[in-house]
Design a protein around this ligand. Sequence first.
Ligand SMILES: C[S@@+](CC[C@H](N)C(=O)[O-])C[C@H]1O[C@@H](n2cnc3c(N)ncnc32)[C@H](O)[C@@H]1O
Length: 238
Amino acid sequence: MPPLRSYIDPFQDVPSGFDSTFNPYLEKVKEDAKASVPRVLYGPYLRGKKSHWLDWFHHSRSMLPTAQGKLIVEIGSHDGAVMCSLAAKSPHHCFVGLDITLKRVHKAAMLAKEQGLANVAFAYANARAMSHLFAAEEIHSILIFFPDPWQKKMRQRKHRLLDASFCKVLYGLLQPKGSLWFKTDAQEYFLSSDDLFKKVGFITETHNKNLSGDCISTFEKRFRAQNKKIFQQHYQKL
Ligand SMILES: C[S@@+](CC[C@H](N)C(=O)[O-])C[C@H]1O[C@@H](n2cnc3c(N)ncnc32)[C@H](O)[C@@H]1O
């Protein structure tokens, strides 16, 4: 498990670098975290979830219809559109969206609240700390749609989320036969990530056996409206 560096530590109470005078969403997220729906997690509320996500969804706060569900995680859940649409379609599965922006976590949570969804949670957390939040083989499906491509200059590429060690972490967190769905508008990022995913052991799939239908995110809508080409691939863990 990669070490937890302070700048990505999801368990910190008040995220470092934030002042609620300048970022009013810190208080909003803290308030959200006390309510039963939407389900919002940050800092201390993320402790103890590792290995217990499905139990938390099923036994804490509001009960879900069955304990047979699968755990599906989106990295960079933004406005929550993808997680909420999937959660509404699959009420027996449990969905967790991770984002590093308080405003987005709050807005996504408001969308879940409007739709009365108890099977989706949004967490203020850096995906780089995922192995501290989820246990090995705990996740059934991971979605990564349009991560920041950092492509304007070569030297920016070191900021990309998808590198060899992170792809290895993702592989380890997925259950056998678990799936990963990656979309981007950046062809070079797509090709280099495809190479990394295959190197850690993923095989490619023509469709996602674990999730029904397509999921069009807000960025995808924006890129489609600009007639940009979208690159996507489904991967499966053996
Ligand atoms: C380009 S947007 C794409 C949003 C959404 N997936 C979509 O397709 O519409 C990237 C999102 O990832 C989030 N993000 C960036 N780095 C992240 C990280 N390390 N962990 C979690 N979320 C991250 C950003 O805050 C932003 O909401």
